[in-house]
Design a protein. Structure first.
Ligand SMILES: *[C@@H]1O[C@H](CO)[C@@H](O)[C@H](O)[C@H]1NC(C)=O
Ligand SMILES: *[C@@H]1O[C@H](CO)[C@@H](O)[C@H](O)[C@H]1NC(C)=O
Length: 592
Protein backbone atom coordinates (compact mmCIF):
# COMPACT_ATOMS: atom_id res chain seq x y z
CA UNK A 1 0.00 0.00 0.00
CA UNK A 2 2.62 2.37 1.06
CA UNK A 3 4.70 1.55 -2.01
CA UNK A 4 1.72 2.09 -4.33
CA UNK A 5 0.82 5.40 -2.71
CA UNK A 6 4.35 6.67 -3.05
CA UNK A 7 4.49 5.59 -6.68
CA UNK A 8 1.22 7.40 -7.27
CA UNK A 9 2.59 10.54 -5.62
CA UNK A 10 5.61 10.42 -7.93
CA UNK A 11 3.40 9.87 -10.92
CA UNK A 12 1.31 12.83 -9.81
CA UNK A 13 4.35 15.06 -9.34
CA UNK A 14 5.70 13.93 -12.70
CA UNK A 15 2.40 14.76 -14.41
CA UNK A 16 2.33 18.22 -12.82
CA UNK A 17 5.86 18.89 -14.00
CA UNK A 18 5.02 17.79 -17.53
CA UNK A 19 1.87 19.91 -17.65
CA UNK A 20 3.73 22.90 -16.23
CA UNK A 21 6.45 22.44 -18.81
CA UNK A 22 3.98 22.26 -21.70
CA UNK A 23 2.01 25.28 -20.50
CA UNK A 24 5.10 27.39 -20.01
CA UNK A 25 6.47 26.33 -23.38
CA UNK A 26 3.26 27.40 -25.07
CA UNK A 27 3.18 30.67 -23.21
CA UNK A 28 6.75 31.23 -24.26
CA UNK A 29 5.83 30.60 -27.83
CA UNK A 30 2.92 32.98 -27.56
CA UNK A 31 4.78 35.88 -26.05
CA UNK A 32 8.22 35.50 -27.50
CA UNK A 33 7.33 33.72 -30.67
CA UNK A 34 9.86 31.86 -32.64
CA UNK A 35 13.10 30.27 -31.45
CA UNK A 36 16.28 32.18 -32.27
CA UNK A 37 17.00 32.18 -35.96
CA UNK A 38 20.38 30.57 -35.49
CA UNK A 39 18.49 27.41 -34.44
CA UNK A 40 16.55 27.34 -37.69
CA UNK A 41 17.48 26.44 -41.15
CA UNK A 42 16.90 29.67 -43.01
CA UNK A 43 16.66 27.81 -46.26
CA UNK A 44 13.62 25.80 -45.21
CA UNK A 45 11.42 28.55 -46.60
CA UNK A 46 9.19 28.78 -43.53
CA UNK A 47 8.67 31.74 -41.32
CA UNK A 48 8.47 30.94 -37.66
CA UNK A 49 6.77 34.04 -36.37
CA UNK A 50 3.38 34.27 -34.74
CA UNK A 51 2.00 35.79 -37.92
CA UNK A 52 2.87 32.90 -40.19
CA UNK A 53 0.92 30.57 -37.92
CA UNK A 54 -2.23 32.70 -37.97
CA UNK A 55 -5.19 31.44 -39.98
CA UNK A 56 -6.86 34.15 -42.08
CA UNK A 57 -10.51 34.84 -41.27
CA UNK A 58 -11.15 36.04 -44.81
CA UNK A 59 -8.92 33.95 -47.04
CA UNK A 60 -8.26 35.08 -50.59
CA UNK A 61 -10.47 33.12 -52.98
CA UNK A 62 -8.64 33.65 -56.23
CA UNK A 63 -4.97 34.44 -55.76
CA UNK A 64 -3.46 36.71 -58.41
CA UNK A 65 -0.33 35.09 -59.82
CA UNK A 66 2.98 36.75 -60.52
CA UNK A 67 3.62 37.47 -64.21
CA UNK A 68 5.83 34.84 -65.76
CA UNK A 69 6.86 36.49 -69.03
CA UNK A 70 10.35 37.72 -69.67
CA UNK A 71 10.84 41.29 -68.41
CA UNK A 72 11.19 44.00 -71.06
CA UNK A 73 14.34 46.03 -71.62
CA UNK A 74 13.19 49.48 -70.53
CA UNK A 75 14.89 52.63 -71.88
CA UNK A 76 18.15 53.59 -70.20
CA UNK A 77 17.76 55.92 -67.20
CA UNK A 78 21.26 57.12 -66.42
CA UNK A 79 23.40 59.30 -68.63
CA UNK A 80 26.63 57.77 -69.91
CA UNK A 81 29.21 59.67 -67.91
CA UNK A 82 32.49 60.64 -69.60
CA UNK A 83 35.76 59.79 -67.89
CA UNK A 84 36.34 61.93 -64.84
CA UNK A 85 39.30 64.32 -64.62
CA UNK A 86 41.58 64.01 -61.60
CA UNK A 87 40.73 67.35 -59.93
CA UNK A 88 37.01 66.58 -60.16
CA UNK A 89 37.57 63.14 -58.66
CA UNK A 90 39.64 64.47 -55.77
CA UNK A 91 37.00 67.08 -54.95
CA UNK A 92 34.18 64.55 -55.19
CA UNK A 93 35.91 62.00 -52.96
CA UNK A 94 36.67 64.65 -50.34
CA UNK A 95 33.00 65.53 -50.20
CA UNK A 96 31.96 61.91 -50.08
CA UNK A 97 34.31 61.36 -47.16
CA UNK A 98 32.73 64.25 -45.24
CA UNK A 99 29.28 62.66 -45.67
CA UNK A 100 30.56 59.25 -44.62
CA UNK A 101 32.20 60.73 -41.52
CA UNK A 102 28.89 62.28 -40.52
CA UNK A 103 27.21 58.90 -40.97
CA UNK A 104 29.90 57.14 -38.91
CA UNK A 105 29.50 59.66 -36.08
CA UNK A 106 25.70 59.23 -35.99
CA UNK A 107 25.93 55.46 -36.30
CA UNK A 108 28.51 55.29 -33.51
CA UNK A 109 26.25 57.31 -31.19
CA UNK A 110 23.22 55.21 -32.05
CA UNK A 111 25.26 52.07 -31.42
CA UNK A 112 26.52 53.11 -28.00
CA UNK A 113 23.46 55.01 -26.73
CA UNK A 114 20.32 53.72 -28.40
CA UNK A 115 21.19 50.29 -29.82
CA UNK A 116 18.09 48.32 -30.91
CA UNK A 117 15.76 51.26 -30.18
CA UNK A 118 13.90 53.05 -32.93
CA UNK A 119 15.74 56.35 -32.58
CA UNK A 120 18.61 58.07 -30.83
CA UNK A 121 17.77 61.43 -29.28
CA UNK A 122 20.75 63.33 -30.71
CA UNK A 123 21.14 66.04 -28.06
CA UNK A 124 20.31 64.25 -24.80
CA UNK A 125 21.79 60.92 -25.90
CA UNK A 126 18.68 58.98 -24.96
CA UNK A 127 16.49 56.63 -26.95
CA UNK A 128 12.95 56.70 -28.30
CA UNK A 129 10.59 54.04 -29.67
CA UNK A 130 8.35 55.56 -32.29
CA UNK A 131 7.88 52.85 -34.90
CA UNK A 132 6.99 49.72 -33.01
CA UNK A 133 10.18 49.44 -30.98
CA UNK A 134 11.77 47.13 -33.52
CA UNK A 135 14.97 49.08 -34.04
CA UNK A 136 13.85 51.39 -36.86
CA UNK A 137 17.20 53.15 -37.16
CA UNK A 138 19.05 49.83 -37.16
CA UNK A 139 16.95 48.33 -39.97
CA UNK A 140 16.73 51.56 -41.95
CA UNK A 141 20.54 51.86 -41.91
CA UNK A 142 21.50 48.34 -42.98
CA UNK A 143 21.80 49.06 -46.70
CA UNK A 144 23.52 52.41 -46.06
CA UNK A 145 26.22 50.55 -44.11
CA UNK A 146 26.67 48.22 -47.06
CA UNK A 147 26.66 51.01 -49.65
CA UNK A 148 29.24 53.00 -47.67
CA UNK A 149 31.47 49.93 -47.48
CA UNK A 150 31.18 49.55 -43.69
CA UNK A 151 31.19 45.75 -43.88
CA UNK A 152 32.22 45.07 -40.28
CA UNK A 153 29.46 47.30 -38.92
CA UNK A 154 27.05 45.77 -41.43
CA UNK A 155 27.73 42.27 -40.13
CA UNK A 156 27.28 43.34 -36.53
CA UNK A 157 24.03 45.10 -37.45
CA UNK A 158 22.66 42.07 -39.33
CA UNK A 159 23.52 39.80 -36.37
CA UNK A 160 21.55 42.13 -34.11
CA UNK A 161 18.67 42.62 -36.53
CA UNK A 162 18.25 38.83 -36.78
CA UNK A 163 17.04 38.90 -33.18
CA UNK A 164 14.35 41.54 -33.58
CA UNK A 165 11.03 40.12 -32.46
CA UNK A 166 8.05 41.19 -34.56
CA UNK A 167 5.54 39.16 -32.56
CA UNK A 168 4.50 42.09 -30.39
CA UNK A 169 4.92 45.79 -29.78
CA UNK A 170 4.55 48.32 -27.01
CA UNK A 171 2.53 50.64 -29.27
CA UNK A 172 -1.27 50.78 -29.46
CA UNK A 173 -1.46 51.11 -33.23
CA UNK A 174 1.00 50.06 -35.85
CA UNK A 175 1.38 52.33 -38.87
CA UNK A 176 1.37 49.76 -41.66
CA UNK A 177 2.78 52.18 -44.24
CA UNK A 178 5.78 53.18 -42.13
CA UNK A 179 6.43 49.57 -41.14
CA UNK A 180 6.34 48.56 -44.78
CA UNK A 181 8.68 51.23 -46.13
CA UNK A 182 11.18 51.25 -43.26
CA UNK A 183 11.35 47.65 -42.00
CA UNK A 184 10.25 45.52 -44.93
CA UNK A 185 11.99 47.89 -47.35
CA UNK A 186 15.12 47.93 -45.20
CA UNK A 187 15.41 44.14 -45.00
CA UNK A 188 14.64 43.57 -48.68
CA UNK A 189 17.22 46.05 -49.82
CA UNK A 190 19.92 44.81 -47.45
CA UNK A 191 19.18 41.31 -48.77
CA UNK A 192 19.30 42.41 -52.41
CA UNK A 193 22.69 44.01 -51.81
CA UNK A 194 24.35 41.40 -49.59
CA UNK A 195 22.55 38.14 -50.32
CA UNK A 196 22.52 37.28 -46.58
CA UNK A 197 19.59 34.83 -46.23
CA UNK A 198 18.84 35.91 -42.68
CA UNK A 199 17.68 39.24 -44.09
CA UNK A 200 15.21 37.59 -46.42
CA UNK A 201 13.83 35.65 -43.43
CA UNK A 202 13.34 38.89 -41.52
CA UNK A 203 11.70 40.46 -44.58
CA UNK A 204 9.33 37.51 -44.70
CA UNK A 205 8.53 37.87 -41.01
CA UNK A 206 7.64 41.54 -41.40
CA UNK A 207 5.70 40.63 -44.54
CA UNK A 208 3.70 38.00 -42.61
CA UNK A 209 2.87 40.56 -39.93
CA UNK A 210 1.80 43.20 -42.47
CA UNK A 211 -0.26 40.62 -44.32
CA UNK A 212 -2.36 40.07 -41.19
CA UNK A 213 -3.52 43.70 -41.49
CA UNK A 214 -5.07 42.76 -44.86
CA UNK A 215 -7.32 40.12 -43.28
CA UNK A 216 -10.60 41.99 -43.85
CA UNK A 217 -13.77 41.07 -45.79
CA UNK A 218 -12.71 43.04 -48.90
CA UNK A 219 -8.96 42.38 -48.43
CA UNK A 220 -8.25 46.11 -48.09
CA UNK A 221 -5.77 46.72 -45.27
CA UNK A 222 -6.13 48.57 -41.99
CA UNK A 223 -3.59 51.36 -42.26
CA UNK A 224 -3.49 52.17 -38.54
CA UNK A 225 -3.58 48.63 -37.33
CA UNK A 226 -4.60 47.37 -33.90
CA UNK A 227 -1.99 44.65 -33.69
CA UNK A 228 -3.08 43.49 -30.23
CA UNK A 229 -6.69 42.98 -31.33
CA UNK A 230 -5.41 40.97 -34.27
CA UNK A 231 -3.41 38.77 -31.90
CA UNK A 232 -6.58 38.16 -29.89
CA UNK A 233 -8.27 37.01 -33.07
CA UNK A 234 -10.78 39.84 -33.37
CA UNK A 235 -12.41 40.32 -36.75
CA UNK A 236 -11.19 43.33 -38.72
CA UNK A 237 -12.83 45.56 -41.26
CA UNK A 238 -11.12 48.20 -43.42
CA UNK A 239 -11.59 51.86 -42.49
CA UNK A 240 -13.64 54.53 -44.23
CA UNK A 241 -11.13 57.37 -44.23
CA UNK A 242 -7.57 56.46 -45.03
CA UNK A 243 -4.73 58.42 -46.54
CA UNK A 244 -3.91 57.73 -50.17
CA UNK A 245 -0.18 57.34 -49.52
CA UNK A 246 -0.80 54.89 -46.70
CA UNK A 247 -2.95 52.54 -48.74
CA UNK A 248 -1.33 53.04 -52.12
CA UNK A 249 2.37 52.47 -51.40
CA UNK A 250 2.77 48.72 -51.01
CA UNK A 251 3.57 47.63 -54.54
CA UNK A 252 7.38 47.91 -54.54
CA UNK A 253 7.98 46.06 -51.28
CA UNK A 254 5.19 43.52 -51.66
CA UNK A 255 6.03 42.60 -55.24
CA UNK A 256 9.75 42.34 -54.44
CA UNK A 257 8.93 40.07 -51.49
CA UNK A 258 6.74 37.84 -53.66
CA UNK A 259 9.40 37.67 -56.35
CA UNK A 260 12.08 36.70 -53.83
CA UNK A 261 10.02 34.13 -51.93
CA UNK A 262 7.93 32.79 -54.82
CA UNK A 263 4.81 33.26 -52.67
CA UNK A 264 2.31 35.41 -54.64
CA UNK A 265 0.20 36.50 -51.68
CA UNK A 266 1.87 39.89 -51.21
CA UNK A 267 1.70 40.61 -54.90
CA UNK A 268 -1.98 39.71 -54.75
CA UNK A 269 -2.53 42.08 -51.81
CA UNK A 270 -0.88 45.05 -53.54
CA UNK A 271 -2.48 44.30 -56.89
CA UNK A 272 -6.02 44.41 -55.47
CA UNK A 273 -5.45 48.00 -54.35
CA UNK A 274 -3.84 48.96 -57.66
CA UNK A 275 -6.79 47.54 -59.57
CA UNK A 276 -9.27 49.66 -57.59
CA UNK A 277 -7.18 52.75 -58.25
CA UNK A 278 -6.92 51.92 -61.94
CA UNK A 279 -10.69 51.41 -62.26
CA UNK A 280 -11.51 54.72 -60.60
CA UNK A 281 -8.74 56.95 -61.92
CA UNK A 282 -10.95 58.59 -64.54
CA UNK A 283 -13.97 59.06 -62.27
CA UNK A 284 -12.45 61.19 -59.51
CA UNK A 285 -13.25 64.87 -59.04
CA UNK A 286 -9.94 65.62 -60.73
CA UNK A 287 -9.74 62.80 -63.27
CA UNK A 288 -6.24 61.37 -63.42
CA UNK A 289 -5.42 62.05 -59.77
CA UNK A 290 -6.93 60.49 -56.68
CA UNK A 291 -7.97 62.45 -53.60
CA UNK A 292 -5.84 62.52 -50.46
CA UNK A 293 -8.56 60.74 -48.46
CA UNK A 294 -10.15 57.54 -49.77
CA UNK A 295 -12.45 54.86 -48.37
CA UNK A 296 -10.90 51.44 -48.03
CA UNK A 297 -14.11 50.00 -46.62
CA UNK A 298 -16.26 51.08 -49.61
CA UNK A 299 -13.35 50.76 -52.03
CA UNK A 300 -14.18 54.31 -53.13
CA UNK A 301 -11.10 56.21 -54.25
CA UNK A 302 -13.01 58.96 -56.06
CA UNK A 303 -15.11 60.95 -53.58
CA UNK A 304 -13.09 63.65 -51.85
CA UNK A 305 -11.95 66.95 -53.33
CA UNK A 306 -8.31 67.55 -52.26
CA UNK A 307 -5.62 66.40 -54.68
CA UNK A 308 -1.86 66.78 -54.38
CA UNK A 309 1.45 65.12 -55.12
CA UNK A 310 2.49 66.24 -51.63
CA UNK A 311 2.06 65.00 -48.10
CA UNK A 312 -0.43 62.17 -47.55
CA UNK A 313 -0.51 61.24 -51.24
CA UNK A 314 3.13 61.46 -52.41
CA UNK A 315 4.57 57.95 -52.46
CA UNK A 316 1.45 56.51 -54.07
CA UNK A 317 2.31 58.46 -57.22
CA UNK A 318 6.03 57.77 -56.78
CA UNK A 319 5.37 54.00 -56.78
CA UNK A 320 3.68 54.02 -60.20
CA UNK A 321 6.76 54.54 -62.42
CA UNK A 322 8.96 52.76 -59.90
CA UNK A 323 6.84 49.61 -59.95
CA UNK A 324 6.92 49.75 -63.74
CA UNK A 325 10.73 49.80 -63.43
CA UNK A 326 10.84 47.08 -60.76
CA UNK A 327 8.96 44.50 -62.83
CA UNK A 328 10.48 45.42 -66.20
CA UNK A 329 7.19 46.63 -67.62
CA UNK A 330 5.32 43.37 -66.95
CA UNK A 331 2.38 45.05 -65.18
CA UNK A 332 1.00 47.64 -67.64
CA UNK A 333 -1.49 49.27 -65.27
CA UNK A 334 1.32 50.97 -63.36
CA UNK A 335 2.62 52.74 -66.46
CA UNK A 336 -0.92 53.65 -67.51
CA UNK A 337 -1.72 55.11 -64.11
CA UNK A 338 1.58 56.97 -64.05
CA UNK A 339 1.06 58.64 -67.41
CA UNK A 340 -2.59 59.57 -66.79
CA UNK A 341 -1.85 60.97 -63.33
CA UNK A 342 1.07 63.07 -64.54
CA UNK A 343 -1.01 64.56 -67.38
CA UNK A 344 -3.34 65.90 -64.71
CA UNK A 345 -0.67 66.87 -62.19
CA UNK A 346 1.34 68.81 -64.78
CA UNK A 347 -1.78 70.65 -65.87
CA UNK A 348 -3.25 71.52 -62.48
CA UNK A 349 -0.85 70.97 -59.59
CA UNK A 350 2.45 72.35 -60.91
CA UNK A 351 2.94 76.11 -61.02
CA UNK A 352 5.70 78.58 -61.69
CA UNK A 353 6.19 80.88 -58.69
CA UNK A 354 6.96 84.57 -59.03
CA UNK A 355 10.56 84.98 -57.87
CA UNK A 356 12.76 88.08 -57.44
CA UNK A 357 15.42 86.71 -59.81
CA UNK A 358 12.70 85.54 -62.23
CA UNK A 359 14.18 82.08 -62.34
CA UNK A 360 12.05 79.59 -64.28
CA UNK A 361 11.30 76.87 -61.73
CA UNK A 362 8.25 74.85 -60.69
CA UNK A 363 6.54 74.02 -57.41
CA UNK A 364 3.72 71.57 -56.76
CA UNK A 365 0.60 72.63 -54.86
CA UNK A 366 -2.77 71.32 -53.70
CA UNK A 367 -5.72 71.22 -56.11
CA UNK A 368 -9.20 71.50 -54.60
CA UNK A 369 -12.27 70.76 -56.70
CA UNK A 370 -15.69 72.02 -55.74
CA UNK A 371 -17.69 71.35 -58.88
CA UNK A 372 -16.31 68.93 -61.39
CA UNK A 373 -14.89 71.59 -63.72
CA UNK A 374 -13.59 74.02 -61.20
CA UNK A 375 -10.21 72.97 -59.86
CA UNK A 376 -8.54 75.60 -57.64
CA UNK A 377 -4.83 75.66 -56.95
CA UNK A 378 -3.56 76.33 -53.45
CA UNK A 379 -0.03 77.52 -54.25
CA UNK A 380 1.93 75.90 -51.48
CA UNK A 381 5.34 74.32 -51.29
CA UNK A 382 6.53 71.46 -49.10
CA UNK A 383 9.88 69.90 -48.46
CA UNK A 384 8.16 66.51 -48.80
CA UNK A 385 6.96 67.18 -52.33
CA UNK A 386 10.55 67.76 -53.52
CA UNK A 387 10.59 64.02 -54.36
CA UNK A 388 8.35 64.83 -57.36
CA UNK A 389 11.23 66.22 -59.41
CA UNK A 390 13.05 62.90 -59.21
CA UNK A 391 9.87 60.94 -59.87
CA UNK A 392 9.04 62.83 -63.08
CA UNK A 393 12.61 62.71 -64.35
CA UNK A 394 12.87 58.96 -63.70
CA UNK A 395 9.39 58.29 -65.05
CA UNK A 396 10.07 60.45 -68.09
CA UNK A 397 13.14 58.38 -68.92
CA UNK A 398 11.29 55.10 -68.43
CA UNK A 399 8.37 56.01 -70.70
CA UNK A 400 10.50 58.20 -72.99
CA UNK A 401 8.65 61.44 -72.39
CA UNK A 402 11.02 64.41 -72.36
CA UNK A 403 8.25 66.71 -71.08
CA UNK A 404 8.28 64.75 -67.83
CA UNK A 405 12.05 64.95 -67.56
CA UNK A 406 11.95 68.73 -68.13
CA UNK A 407 9.17 69.29 -65.61
CA UNK A 408 11.03 67.11 -63.12
CA UNK A 409 14.16 69.16 -63.63
CA UNK A 410 12.28 72.41 -62.99
CA UNK A 411 10.67 70.98 -59.86
CA UNK A 412 14.12 70.02 -58.60
CA UNK A 413 15.31 73.55 -59.41
CA UNK A 414 12.43 74.92 -57.35
CA UNK A 415 13.72 73.06 -54.31
CA UNK A 416 17.32 74.12 -54.92
CA UNK A 417 16.08 77.71 -55.27
CA UNK A 418 14.16 77.52 -52.00
CA UNK A 419 17.23 76.15 -50.18
CA UNK A 420 19.40 79.01 -51.48
CA UNK A 421 16.82 81.68 -50.72
CA UNK A 422 16.63 80.91 -47.00
CA UNK A 423 19.04 82.57 -44.56
CA UNK A 424 20.40 79.24 -43.28
CA UNK A 425 20.47 77.65 -46.70
CA UNK A 426 17.70 75.13 -45.90
CA UNK A 427 14.16 75.20 -47.18
CA UNK A 428 11.29 75.08 -44.67
CA UNK A 429 8.85 72.21 -44.16
CA UNK A 430 5.88 74.13 -45.71
CA UNK A 431 5.42 77.56 -47.28
CA UNK A 432 3.44 79.44 -49.94
CA UNK A 433 4.35 81.41 -53.03
CA UNK A 434 2.53 83.41 -55.68
CA UNK A 435 1.83 81.62 -58.99
CA UNK A 436 2.79 83.52 -62.11
CA UNK A 437 -0.02 84.61 -64.40
CA UNK A 438 1.82 82.99 -67.30
CA UNK A 439 4.37 80.18 -67.17
CA UNK A 440 6.34 81.74 -70.04
CA UNK A 441 7.02 85.17 -68.66
CA UNK A 442 6.96 86.18 -65.04
CA UNK A 443 8.33 89.61 -64.15
CA UNK A 444 8.91 90.28 -60.46
CA UNK A 445 6.34 92.70 -59.05
CA UNK A 446 6.97 93.72 -55.46
CA UNK A 447 3.48 95.13 -55.02
CA UNK A 448 1.87 91.92 -56.12
CA UNK A 449 4.09 89.96 -53.76
CA UNK A 450 3.05 92.14 -50.81
CA UNK A 451 -0.60 91.80 -51.76
CA UNK A 452 -0.16 88.06 -51.75
CA UNK A 453 1.48 88.23 -48.31
CA UNK A 454 -1.68 90.00 -47.14
CA UNK A 455 -3.76 87.32 -48.79
CA UNK A 456 -5.46 89.88 -51.09
CA UNK A 457 -5.61 90.23 -54.81
CA UNK A 458 -6.59 93.90 -54.78
CA UNK A 459 -5.37 96.70 -52.59
CA UNK A 460 -6.82 99.94 -51.34
CA UNK A 461 -3.68 101.96 -50.74
CA UNK A 462 -0.38 102.35 -49.01
CA UNK A 463 -1.41 101.68 -45.38
CA UNK A 464 -1.94 98.03 -46.24
CA UNK A 465 1.47 97.74 -47.83
CA UNK A 466 2.93 98.91 -44.53
CA UNK A 467 1.08 96.06 -42.88
CA UNK A 468 2.57 93.66 -45.46
CA UNK A 469 6.03 94.97 -44.60
CA UNK A 470 5.36 94.26 -40.94
CA UNK A 471 4.30 90.69 -41.69
CA UNK A 472 7.33 90.17 -43.92
CA UNK A 473 9.63 91.37 -41.14
CA UNK A 474 7.98 89.46 -38.33
CA UNK A 475 7.73 86.20 -40.27
CA UNK A 476 11.18 86.79 -41.79
CA UNK A 477 9.88 86.06 -45.30
CA UNK A 478 12.54 86.13 -48.02
CA UNK A 479 11.34 87.78 -51.24
CA UNK A 480 9.07 85.41 -53.13
CA UNK A 481 7.70 83.58 -50.06
CA UNK A 482 4.18 84.73 -49.19
CA UNK A 483 4.00 82.64 -46.02
CA UNK A 484 6.04 80.07 -44.11
CA UNK A 485 3.58 77.99 -42.17
CA UNK A 486 6.04 75.43 -40.82
CA UNK A 487 9.56 76.68 -40.24
CA UNK A 488 11.12 73.33 -39.27
CA UNK A 489 13.69 71.23 -41.05
CA UNK A 490 13.47 67.68 -39.75
CA UNK A 491 16.43 66.11 -41.60
CA UNK A 492 14.31 65.18 -44.59
CA UNK A 493 15.83 63.70 -47.77
CA UNK A 494 13.47 64.69 -50.63
CA UNK A 495 15.44 67.64 -51.99
CA UNK A 496 18.79 65.84 -52.21
CA UNK A 497 16.91 62.78 -53.50
CA UNK A 498 15.75 64.74 -56.55
CA UNK A 499 19.13 66.42 -57.03
CA UNK A 500 20.73 62.93 -56.95
CA UNK A 501 18.31 61.46 -59.49
CA UNK A 502 18.60 64.45 -61.82
CA UNK A 503 22.39 64.27 -61.57
CA UNK A 504 22.41 60.61 -62.58
CA UNK A 505 20.00 61.37 -65.44
CA UNK A 506 21.51 64.59 -66.81
CA UNK A 507 25.13 64.48 -65.63
CA UNK A 508 24.97 68.23 -64.87
CA UNK A 509 28.14 69.02 -62.91
CA UNK A 510 26.58 72.10 -61.28
CA UNK A 511 24.25 69.78 -59.37
CA UNK A 512 27.26 68.48 -57.43
CA UNK A 513 27.84 72.07 -56.30
CA UNK A 514 24.17 72.50 -55.33
CA UNK A 515 24.33 69.24 -53.39
CA UNK A 516 27.46 70.35 -51.57
CA UNK A 517 25.89 73.70 -50.64
CA UNK A 518 22.85 71.85 -49.30
CA UNK A 519 25.09 69.48 -47.38
CA UNK A 520 27.17 72.16 -45.66
CA UNK A 521 24.06 74.17 -44.78
CA UNK A 522 22.28 71.14 -43.32
CA UNK A 523 25.28 69.84 -41.41
CA UNK A 524 26.03 73.33 -39.95
CA UNK A 525 22.50 73.84 -38.70
CA UNK A 526 21.75 70.33 -37.44
CA UNK A 527 25.04 68.97 -36.05
CA UNK A 528 25.05 68.12 -32.34
CA UNK A 529 27.83 66.71 -30.21
CA UNK A 530 26.58 63.19 -30.87
CA UNK A 531 24.82 63.23 -34.22
CA UNK A 532 22.43 65.53 -36.12
CA UNK A 533 19.12 66.90 -34.95
CA UNK A 534 15.92 68.27 -36.46
CA UNK A 535 15.66 72.05 -36.09
CA UNK A 536 12.58 74.10 -35.24
CA UNK A 537 13.08 77.33 -37.14
CA UNK A 538 15.32 77.75 -40.14
CA UNK A 539 14.22 81.39 -40.66
CA UNK A 540 16.28 82.75 -37.72
CA UNK A 541 19.28 84.89 -38.57
CA UNK A 542 20.71 86.14 -35.28
CA UNK A 543 21.44 82.73 -33.78
CA UNK A 544 21.72 79.08 -34.82
CA UNK A 545 18.35 77.44 -35.55
CA UNK A 546 17.05 75.92 -32.30
CA UNK A 547 17.38 72.11 -32.30
CA UNK A 548 14.66 69.72 -31.17
CA UNK A 549 16.49 66.56 -30.02
CA UNK A 550 15.03 64.35 -32.72
CA UNK A 551 16.70 62.25 -35.41
CA UNK A 552 14.28 60.11 -37.37
CA UNK A 553 15.61 56.94 -38.91
CA UNK A 554 15.40 58.43 -42.42
CA UNK A 555 18.42 60.64 -41.71
CA UNK A 556 20.69 57.57 -41.80
CA UNK A 557 18.45 55.56 -44.10
CA UNK A 558 17.82 58.18 -46.76
CA UNK A 559 19.34 61.64 -46.43
CA UNK A 560 22.94 60.59 -45.82
CA UNK A 561 22.63 57.79 -48.37
CA UNK A 562 21.59 60.17 -51.16
CA UNK A 563 24.31 62.67 -50.20
CA UNK A 564 26.85 59.83 -50.26
CA UNK A 565 25.62 58.42 -53.58
CA UNK A 566 25.67 61.72 -55.45
CA UNK A 567 29.38 61.90 -54.61
CA UNK A 568 29.94 58.25 -55.66
CA UNK A 569 30.94 56.82 -59.01
CA UNK A 570 27.73 57.02 -61.07
CA UNK A 571 27.59 53.23 -61.48
CA UNK A 572 27.46 52.66 -57.71
CA UNK A 573 23.78 51.63 -57.26
CA UNK A 574 22.91 52.55 -60.83
CA UNK A 575 19.33 53.56 -61.56
CA UNK A 576 19.47 51.13 -64.47
CA UNK A 577 19.85 48.21 -62.05
CA UNK A 578 18.06 49.39 -58.92
CA UNK A 579 14.91 51.25 -57.98
CA UNK A 580 14.65 53.05 -54.64
CA UNK A 581 11.59 52.66 -52.45
CA UNK A 582 10.22 55.78 -50.78
CA UNK A 583 12.56 55.23 -47.82
CA UNK A 584 15.60 55.19 -50.18
CA UNK A 585 16.02 51.42 -50.05
CA UNK A 586 17.28 50.18 -53.42
CA UNK A 587 15.68 46.99 -54.81
CA UNK A 588 17.04 45.01 -57.73
CA UNK A 589 15.02 45.58 -60.89
CA UNK A 590 13.91 42.67 -63.09
CA UNK A 591 16.08 42.85 -66.18
CA UNK A 592 15.74 40.80 -69.36
C1 LIG B 1 4.31 63.46 -72.48
O1 LIG B 1 3.70 63.97 -71.32
C2 LIG B 1 2.84 65.05 -71.51
C3 LIG B 1 2.39 65.53 -70.15
O2 LIG B 1 1.91 64.45 -69.35
C4 LIG B 1 1.69 64.63 -72.41
O3 LIG B 1 0.83 65.71 -72.63
C5 LIG B 1 2.23 64.09 -73.72
O4 LIG B 1 1.18 63.59 -74.50
C6 LIG B 1 3.24 63.02 -73.47
N1 LIG B 1 3.88 62.64 -74.70
C7 LIG B 1 3.88 61.40 -75.17
C8 LIG B 1 4.64 61.20 -76.44
O5 LIG B 1 3.33 60.50 -74.60
C1 LIG C 1 2.42 95.38 -60.16
O1 LIG C 1 1.21 94.94 -59.65
C2 LIG C 1 0.29 95.97 -59.31
C3 LIG C 1 -0.89 95.35 -58.58
O2 LIG C 1 -1.41 94.27 -59.28
C4 LIG C 1 -0.10 96.71 -60.56
O3 LIG C 1 -1.02 97.73 -60.24
C5 LIG C 1 1.16 97.28 -61.21
O4 LIG C 1 0.84 97.88 -62.44
C6 LIG C 1 2.21 96.19 -61.43
N1 LIG C 1 3.47 96.80 -61.83
C7 LIG C 1 4.04 96.51 -62.96
C8 LIG C 1 5.33 97.19 -63.23
O5 LIG C 1 3.58 95.71 -63.76
Amino acid sequence: MLGVARRRTWAYIFAVIVIFFIVSLRRNLDTHGFPPLSALNPADGLSHSRWSRMKPKYPVKSMRQLPTQKPQALPKVQKSFPEEADPARIKRLKRQKAVKEAFQRCWGSYRTKAWMSDELTPISGGRRDTFGGWGATLVDSLDTLWIMGMKKEFKEAVDAASNINFDGTTLEDVNIFETNIRYLGGFLSAYDLSGDKRLLEKAREVGEMLYAAFDTPNRMPLTRWKLHSAIQGQAQVAEDNVLLAEIGSFSLEFIRLSLLTGDPKWFDAAQRIAEVMHEQQASTRLPGMWPVVVSARQQAFNKHSEHTLGAMADSMYEYLPKTHALVGGLLPIYREMYEASMDTAIKYALYRPMLPDEKDVLLSGMVVTQGKDDPKLQPEGQHLVCFAGGMLALGGRLVENQTHVDKGEKLMEGCVWAYKAMPNGIMPETFSMLPCASPDECPWNETMWKQAVLGRTSMDGDPELTLADKIITSKRLPKGFTDIRDTRYILRPEAIESVFILYRITGRADLLESAWDMWTAIDDATRTELANSAVNDITVTDEKPPQSDSMESFWLGETLKYFYLIFSEPDHISLDEYVFNTEAHPFKRLLP
